[in-house]
Design a protein around this ligand. Structure first.
Ligand SMILES: C[S@@+](CC[C@H](N)C(=O)[O-])C[C@H]1O[C@@H](n2cnc3c(N)ncnc32)[C@H](O)[C@@H]1O
Length: 210
């Protein structure tokens, strides 16, 4: 995927090429993008009337799928530091979605106001030194009993496949961040932390704010 920085091997950086990202993402999911994202929305527990925050929303695909689940009275706010990604997201989204330009490490969202915080393929784009702050922010904005879902890239097991993928997409895509996400989520004070998979590409960490 197009990156502004590969300074750190686990850091994807801010994405500026929204159209390129859409094409790569559609190809990568091979026709299963909607199926995969709808499964993530179901796993988040989003239901009609909820307020959902989507961290690292990019072009807003997960934001839009979550909006379907919370309709008619719920809302979804997509957060991303890339104005280019947000311009596409705003164009494609229904009126129940709003978008804010910010990094996940500093959310312009009031304390305890969200029923769900979701994030897909964005954690490895947050600079490593800011990831713990980003998870603390997810905890801060959730209501007591609110649910967190963080999904991110799960590299293939085979070393050759890992190597080939890394050569095409950059070093961040060779990194499996599931242990890092799980540790940050537990350290932030969440309970009922679980790790699972969403085939073919993702690991999924879910948790509840006490
Ligand atoms: C691979 S895209 C994922 C987009 C979308 N969630 C999806 O599943 O299609 C990763 C996004 O993370 C964003 N990003 C980069 N740094 C970030 C940060 N500090 N906080 C939140 N998002 C960030 C990038 O700009 C990019 O839009």
């Amino acid at each position: 995927m197009p990156h502004s920085s590969d300074r750190h091997r686990t850091h994807g950086g801010v994405i500026h090429h929204a159209r390129g990202y859409e094409i790569v993402s559609m190809l990568a999911f091979g026709g299963f993008r909607r199926h995969t994202y709808d499964a993530l929305v179901r796993a988040s527990g989003a239901e009609p009337g909820d307020r959902v925050i989507d961290i690292g929303c990019g072009t807003g695909y997960l934001t839009r799928r979550a909006a379907v689940a919370v309709t008619p009275t719920g809302t979804v706010t997509g957060v991303d530091p890339s104005p280019q990604m947000l311009a596409v997201a705003r164009r494609l989204a229904p009126p129940t979605c709003t978008f804010t330009e910010a990094g996940g490490e500093r959310l312009p969202v009031a304390d305890g106001t969200a029923h769900r915080v979701v994030s897909c393929l964005a954690f490895h784009h947050i600079p490593p030194e800011l990831r713990v702050d980003a998870v603390r922010e997810m905890h801060r904005v959730l209501r007591p009993g609110g649910r967190l879902l963080v999904a991110d890239f799960r590299p293939p097991r085979a070393r050759l496949a890992q190597h080939l993928l890394g050569a095409v997409t950059g070093p961040a895509m060779r990194y499996d961040g599931s242990d890092e996400v799980r540790a940050a989520v537990a350290a932030a004070g969440f309970r009922d932390v679980t790790t699972g998979r969403q085939r073919p590409l993702l690991f999924v960490v879910t948790a509840t704010r006490p």
